[in-house]
Design a protein around this ligand. Sequence first.
Ligand code: ZN
Length: 134
Amino acid sequence: MNKIEHIGIAVKDITAATTIYEALLKTKVYKTESVASEHVTTAFLQTGPNKIELLEATSADSAIAKFIEKKGEGIHHIAFDVIDIHAEMARLKAEGFILLNEEPKRGADNKLVCFVHPKGTNGVLIELCQSVNE
Ligand code: ZN
């Protein structure tokens, strides 16, 4: 695993959150994207090498909606950049971590992603993401 790729923050209102984070980081959102499979709208900001992903649920079935219902707004996941997501998934599986998907899936920002269950990682949802060249 390489560097932290981004930190995901669950928000109720992505428009309001965008205003706050643009002011906080003194930079504009560089990309917004809906991920239909995850029922979320995302907005990315970058400051230096660091990225923040804001996530708003687009339906009550969304994991983000459930997260906010249970825990309120806040840090939802930490994403690590990986070179070979299949290899990392196999390695983590062998280490006994619980993967939330069997195969990598298409995430926001041109990534292949896989989530690791927070049960095995001290309550923190971990995302693996591999950049995909279009
Ligand atoms: Zn993410």
